[in-house]
Structures are given as C-alpha cells and as structure tokens.
Design a protein around this ligand. Structure first.
Ligand code: HSE
Length: 438
C-alpha cells in the first residue's frame, strides 16, 4: 500500500490534535484514503513537553526546516501560526513541491493572494479548511458543494471567544474581562485576545470567505472592523427589551459592482436562527440562488474539532496523490484567471437600521434637540425610549431608526455629541432585521 508521509510543523493545541487523530485513527484514515498516512516528523521548539502522544523515537524534532526539506515528506501541515516563520516555511514547502495544509487565517488573509499564486505556479495544493469556523466545513461548502450557485450573502458568527463573551454577558451579566478570562481558560481564544475581541480574527475569516464566494482577490485591508470590547451589559439588556440579541457578525454581500464586507456587533431578532447559536459555537448562513438559505454550525475552535478540519484537507490531498492528481479543485474555488479585484463597499455607503443610546440630561426639550438633528440628516426614528427618570443626572435615551445611511448617522452623531445636555459618546449598534424592510 502506498505510504504518504506527513510533516507537522507546530505542536500546540491544534497540532497535538492533528497528531492524535493521525495516530489514533490511522486505520480508519487508511480505509478511507487507500494509502497509509504516516506522521513522519513533528517539529516544535518544545520537544520535551508530554502531549499524551505515543510517538516513536525521532519523530519529534526541534527544527522545522529539515522537515520542509525532507524529500520523503509529501504533505506539510503548518500549525505554527502568525505571519513570520510560518509564511517562510509554507513558501519553502511550496518551492520544494510539497502539498501544504494550514489553519493560519491571519497569514492567508494578509498574504494569501501571493501564497495561493505561489502554490498554483508550483502545481501544489494549499488547503485551509480549518482556518474558518473550526470543524464547520464552510470552505468546502462554498468551494465544492455550492459550486453551481451564485452566492448572494453570508452572515456568520466566526469567533467563538466573542460569542462566548456575548453569551455570558447576556445570560448572567458577567463583566467583559471575566467572560474573556474564562474564554481564554477554555482554550479557544487567540494567543493575543485583541485579535478576537476587536474583530480582527473574524475579519481574517471573512476575507477568505468573500474571496471564495464572490470570485475576488482576498481583500482583508478594506474590511470594516469593529469589535465587542465596548459592548456593555446595559446595551445587551436594552437589545433584549426590543427582542434583539447582540452578536459579532461577519457579513458578506454581493452588491453587483462591489462587495459588502463588514465585521461589527449587530443586533438581530431573537427569532433569527443565529440568535440561538450560543457559547463558543460558530455558525454561518449562506444565501445562494439554487439552494436558497443554508446553515452550518459547529465548534469553531478547540483541539479536536479544528484537527478534524485539518485532517479533512490532508485526506483530500492524499486521495488526490493516490490518483496522481494535484490542483484538481482551485484553492479559492474560481479558476485563477477568473479571480477579479472587486472593491468593497465603503461603510459610509451602508444603509441599515440603527440602535442609538445617548446619555442625556432629563430636561424638557432634550429629546426634540436630539431628534431634530437626526431629522436634519434624513434619519427617521422608529421608536424612542427613555430608560428611567433622574432630575439630577444623565439618563439613557434609546432610539431605534428606520433604514438610514451610515454617512448621515456619523454626521448626526458628531453633532449630537456636542450638545451640552448629552454626556459621553453615543453608543451605536447596527441592526440586521430582515423582518423590517423599511
Ligand atoms: N480564537 C478563535 C475563536 C479560534 O475564538 O474562535 C479559532 O479561529
């Protein structure tokens, strides 16, 4: 039976999961691949730590380069992360004619156009199922299962840390920092949690999904990104009063000559299917012309769920190698000469519904001042609520709008912030409510 040699670079949480599945499910994988997947080497600077893996002597090595240069190795799995050494090693592996599997969404979002071009030029596959949504097979779904569809829109919860934090705040009013610390303890936060809570990790993933869905170059730099670090229990509570939940959403929409790609906290109706996705789970809905709407949901992080996605790529490649093929499925779904440079819609041109919270003095005429400025900027109010009564301090005033233009909202709020009856910066949360077309 053919033997396919695998080299694993990086043996942290997910790398350990990959090694575990390769070892423990070896017979199962053999029966599905029609070849032996042999974990020839694992490279990690920490060769001594007990990871609970039953490895033959010599498998674990401290240097990655000899593994990438080993002519016997067919598939390199990059689990180091980051944009530095990981990029160099992937490029070296590609130059050496090896197939590569990675979960490195930050690297692909920023350097993916060049890396996919290098892989195509070398005639090797660069596979990345685990980079978005952990075990949720969204890459394969967009690239293969929905290949006959024109994709209209995608809406995803793509960061387990943020979803966990928002769920904790909403269920028990936990302070943000406490919820974040628990997410970190559970092992699904990034090494630098800023990537999670400020929305960058979600945007890395959205950059890859929009490329796959809309046949465009990866364009991380132009995605509008806003994280969850300023979301308070108070706003989550008010959202609930109006029948909304707050989620950090990745939204990608085909707008004809442009693509809408944005990441921000969003209020969605309680009956929206994404509202019920709680804790560290990820989910995504995809709307496409032939299938209508579909939903994928699953664990977006963690050792074995992510390793499962990595192994799905390894098996795809191994099955191809058994049949003497590579490059059968284009990495970004479209043939390379069909990938266009598509502009992203500037956030100022977005029209959507908004939630505003102002801290304002409880005095006659305050509401009319605020709503007057909003009216001057063509922002029509759907409802206005004063939360509480105080004669000597600020009260929260909450407003929901009809559909308004982001540029108008920005100008109006800048003017309102200058009113002497308004303290603090206004809070703005966008609303996606398909039940309300206006
Ligand atoms: N930090 C990510 C998350 C892990 O919390 O979802 C997987 O990308």
């Amino acid at each position: 039976m053919k033997v396919i040699n695998v080299g694993l670079l990086g043996c942290g949480t997910v790398g350990t999961g990959v090694a575990k599945l390769l070892i423990e499910n070896q017979a199962l994988l053999r029966s599905r691949v029609g070849a032996e997947l042999r974990l020839k080497n694992i490279a990690d600077i920490d060769t001594r730590r007990d990871r609970g893996l039953d490895l033959a002597p010599g498998v674990m090595v401290p240097d990655a380069l000899p593994v990438v240069d080993d002519p016997e190795i067919d598939i390199i799995i990059e689990m180091i992360g980051g944009e530095g050494i990981a990029r160099e090693l992937i490029l070296k592996a590609i130059q050496n004619g090896k197939q590569v599997v990675t979960a490195n969404k930050a690297l692909l979002a920023i350097h993916g156009n060049a890396l996919f071009a290098a892989a195509a030029a070398a005639g090797v596959d660069l596979a990345f199922e685990a980079s978005v949504g952990g075990c949720m097979p969204i890459i394969k779904t967009l690239r293969e299962s929905l290949v006959a569809n024109r994709i209209h829109a995608m809406t995803g919860i793509l960061n387990g840390t943020c979803n966990y934090i928002l769920t904790k705040i909403s269920e028990d009013g936990s302070p943000f920092q406490e919820a974040l610390a628990e997410a970190q303890k559970n092992g699904f936060a990034e090494a630098d949690p800023t990537l999670d809570v400020e929305g960058f990790d979600t945007a890395h993933k959205l950059a890859l999904l929009t490329a796959l869905a809309f046949g465009m170059q990866i364009n991380y730099g132009d995605i509008y990104i806003e994280g969850i670090s300023k979301i308070t229990p108070q706003d989550i509570g008010f959202a609930a009063d109006f029948g909304y939940r707050v989620k950090l959403l990745a939204i990608g929409k085909d707008r004809g000559n442009a693509v809408e790609a944005r990441v921000h906290p969003t209020m969605i109706p309680e009956d929206n299917i994404l509202s019920s996705v709680s804790g560290s789970l990820n989910a995504i809905t995809v709307s496409a012309d032939a299938v209508g709407d579909i939903l994928l949901s699953g664990r977006g992080a963690g050792m074995l769920p992510t390793a499962s996605a990595v192994l799905s790529d390894v098996v795809d490649i191994a099955r191809n190698l058994v049949n003497g093929a590579t490059g059968r499925v284009p990495a970004l779904s479209y043939q390379r000469d069909q990938i266009r440079k598509v502009p992203l819609l500037p956030i100022e041109e977005l029209t959507t519904h908004y939630y505003f919270r102002f801290s304002a003095l409880d005095r006659p005429g305050v509401l009319s001042k605020i709503s007057g400025i909003l009216g001057n900027h063509e922002i029509s109010l759907k409802s206005v609520h004063q939360k509480g009564r105080k004669t000597d301090g600020a009260v929260p005033i909450v407003m929901l709008t009809h559909r308004a233009r982001e540029a108008d909202v920005k100008q109006a709020l800048a003017e309102i912030a200058f009113l002497d009856v308004v303290s603090d910066r206004p809070v703005v949360i966008r609303i996606e409510d398909d039940n309300d077309p206006d």
